[in-house]
Design a protein around this ligand. Sequence first.
Ligand code: SF4
Length: 238
Amino acid sequence: MSLKTDRNGMFIYGMTNTDELGGFLKHKFSEHQIQQAYEYLVEASEGEARDEKTSPLSVFWQHLKKVYNEGVPPLQCHRGCAHCCHTGVSCTQLEWDGIVKNAEENGVDLNAVLERSQRTINKVDEVLKAGKNLDQVDWHRLVINQPCPFLSEEGACEVYEDRPLDCRMVVAFRGVCESKKLEHAQRGVVLEEAVGATVIAKLQHDMTPKIKRRKFRGTQPIKLLQHWLILWKQKQKK
Ligand code: SF4
């Protein structure tokens, strides 16, 4: 593989596109390992959520947190360092619902969030209104180098416990990041990360009422946080 990694293959440097990352993970883990981890995480998240009367996604976040606490070298990330919060972050409906719930529970005013991010929100809104068909990379370019709507003035995430998978996978094991371009960020190479997006997609599928469900194909639609906020606002007006 051409990706730059540490000696033990514990992480890869810099941001990589999802195809490159997928190739790296397939190189590192067998299909059998990937399938087993996927099945275990879906089952454990749904089972523990039923027992603990919480959401399957919260349980999955706990599993991921444990891996990052125990399974990889200590992270250098710390509160106030927010380089990775200046890029496009996308998430599924399930992750967005978790963010809204977190905001409600912690008194985060989504109207205020919208207001302080008006610049990037307007950019995304313009594209939506023009009906342009952008690919994922172009969507992210719209908001690159701008603070995430949920980044507080103190450089902290206001919905940290429920931040999306996108945010959890960009970390630093060696040194601290020095640029918003994320060339210093590293991605952990753990099985849980390899299957994270598919696990979340399956949890969303299983939580969808049967009458509305489509055949599960391994993914769910994702939208930029700015896009979700626009939809949230429209819903409030109705
Ligand atoms: S959701 Fe939180 S962790 Fe993710 S980019 Fe925004 S502020 Fe940063």
